[in-house]
Ligand binder design. Structure first.
Ligand code: ME8
Length: 517
């Protein structure tokens, strides 16, 4: 049995879910659905990252407790993800008791391995980043990411001896070319590991005199664990580390999905921590680029973060989801505008796919009594459509394996165009007028309907609301069962003739215009 384990970053509870968090979660959800449909044993983990100074600071500003802030924002993420229909198997919180236990167990283990020691440290600290900055992180004396001046700090911290793992890790990344992908991020990780890159051990504790919101170090009750050391371990807790029966099997199938902002922690800190605690590395780290909105960086001060619930209300969540997956080349930055979403949804979903479905259903009512007809006069044009369906399946599977979701969707939509052209060329409305034309009309309509069945199944991981509705309108059971993802050698013609179609509201109505934001 193939296994598949996919994770998103756990999101900080100082922000509300926006297009960026939503995109990563859409990618993970798409992959989880894809693997479930392929029949693989699948686990999908998402959740919230709740400790650290950033949260304590937000609580102090609001005159409340960190726990109250964490509860409120974590619930907000969870409720949003549920409303959007994400199919996660666990929503983890770093305040969950099993996670707290695991972090302490890992700290003990890594400490015993001799990888933690105590040092005085002096430097410039950015609470936004939750770390000491180096010169490279500064622009005009301010943190380049958070645009705030860091604070000078001198304190005793425990350090994880990352530098001990530098050579091993560089070697591992070189020997496993797709461990970190796409390649540009692998190269970035290797650059960070170069001897002259200034790689340092990293601090894993904060003194309680300054921060109390965190997990206490098992070997020194005067310190709490640094939020990143705590957070990364969620990926283990989520699948029942250390003693769940299928932990090892799932761990070996781990696919982390993140954006480029947290590459260093995942590409360097995390594999070294795993090695220190005696676990093998995860399978792949998959890194995507950043979304900007209307050409600008998403920022709280601009208030331009796109609310996925609002997008769902305006355009339907599948249209939003389609746009994000179709527009961003995984690994490269992309820009979001509502105008582009509307243009893309109208061209691909309304005018192409939706049109193919509507005309097939209309003509089935008109020329075949409202039930899927039989294909009785199959010829070269039908064989060509069938070959197109198989090519689309091959393209989808190849693209998903490489995280090229835009290519997968392009292949499905291109196949829908081909079927539209096939319908134009066969012209059932003309075929019907010819003497004895019924067999030809029925064959044409069956071919279109069977193509739509393939399209719906291939689309199901990407558009989980629309795909079952396409199937339902074709008169098929609306559920998409595990194992139903068509491979290139799947049976063509599995759509049973005789089933009554069930035309409903148009699946992808044309969107008239983008709403002003
Ligand atoms: O970093 N474009 O949490 P976070 C694309 N708690 N993706 C974006 C994005 C954008 N503009 N903005 C955010 C943390 N993201 C830590 C993670 S994991 C052990 C701990 C997404 O709330 C993207 O997935 O800041 C990015 O990596 C993540 O949100 C950062 O979320």
């Amino acid at each position: 049995m193939n296994r598949f384990y996919v994770t998103t970053p756990i999101y900080y509870v100082n922000d509300v879910p926006h297009i960026g968090h939503c995109f990563t979660t859409i990618v993970a959800d798409t992959l989880a659905r894809y693997h479930r449909l392929a029949g693989d044993e699948t686990f999908f983990l998402t959740g919230t990252d709740e400790h650290g100074e950033k949260i304590a600071e937000a609580a102090a500003l609001r005159d409340t407790t960190p726990q109250a802030v964490a509860d409120e924002y974590s619930q907000r993420f969870r409720a949003t993800w549920e409303a959007l229909g994400f199919s996660f198997d666990r929503f983890i919180r770093t305040t969950d008791p099993d996670h707290v236990r695991n972090v302490q167990a890992v700290l003990t283990r890594v400490h015993e391995a001799g990888d933690i020691d105590f040092r005085e440290y002096e430097g410039l600290y950015c609470v936004g980043c939750e770390r000491f900055l180096t010169d490279r992180d500064l622009v005009d004396g301010r943190c380049a990411d958070h645009e705030r001046a860091p604070e000078p700090r001198r304190e005793g911290n425990y350090f994880f001896r990352l530098t001990r793992y530098r050579e091993w890790l560089a070697e591992y990344i070189r020997a496993h070319p797709d461990f970190i992908r796409p390649e540009r991020y692998r190269n970035e990780a290797l650059a960070m590991l170069r001897e002259d890159s200034g790689l340092e051990d990293f601090s894993i504790s904060r003194p309680k005199s300054r921060v109390t919101w965190g997990i206490e170090l098992p070997f020194d009750p005067d310190h709490v664990c640094y939020v990143w050391f705590d957070a990364l371990i969620n990926y283990l807790t989520g699948i029942g580390y250390p003693d769940a029966p299928d932990f090892d099997a799932l761990w070996g199938a781990t696919q982390h999905v993140i954006a480029k902002d947290i590459l260093k922690q995942h590409a360097l800190f995390w594999p070294a921590m795993l090695r220190s605690m005696g676990l093998p590395p995860f399978r792949h780290l998959n890194v995507h680029g950043y979304w900007s909105v209307d050409g600008r960086k998403i920022s709280k001060s601009l208030g331009n973060a796109v609310d996925p619930l609002l997008m769902r209300e305006r355009y339907g969540f599948d249209a939003f989801r389609y746009f994000l997956l179709r527009e961003m080349v995984f690994g490269v930055d992309a820009n979001f505008t509502e105008e582009a979403l509307v243009t893309r949804a109208n061209a691909d979903l309304a005018n192409n796919l939706g049109n193919l479905l509507n005309r097939t259903l209309n003509m089935t009512e008109r020329f075949a009594g409202g039930a899927v007809p039989s294909a009785v006069a199959v010829g070269a044009p039908e064989a060509e459509v069938e070959a197109g369906a198989r090519r689309a399946a091959t393209a989808v599977h190849g693209a998903v394996a490489e995280f090229k979701f835009h290519d997968a969707l392009a292949a499905i939509v291109a196949f829908a165009s081909d079927v539209n052209r096939y319908l134009d060329a066969r012209a059932p409305w003309k075929q019907a007028k010819r003497e004895g034309g019924t067999a030809a009309v029925h064959t044409t309509l069956y071919t279109a309907a069977e193509s739509l069945r393939w399209i719906a199944l291939l689309l199901a991981p990407f558009l989980p609301e629309a795909a079952p509705r396409i199937l339902a309108q074709l008169g098929l059971a609306a559920s998409v069962a595990p194992g139903s993802l068509p491979r290139e050698d799947a049976r063509w013609g599995a759509l049973a003739a005789g089933a009554p179609i069930a035309r409903g509201a148009p699946l992808f109505p044309r969107i008239e215009r983008a709403d002003p934001r």
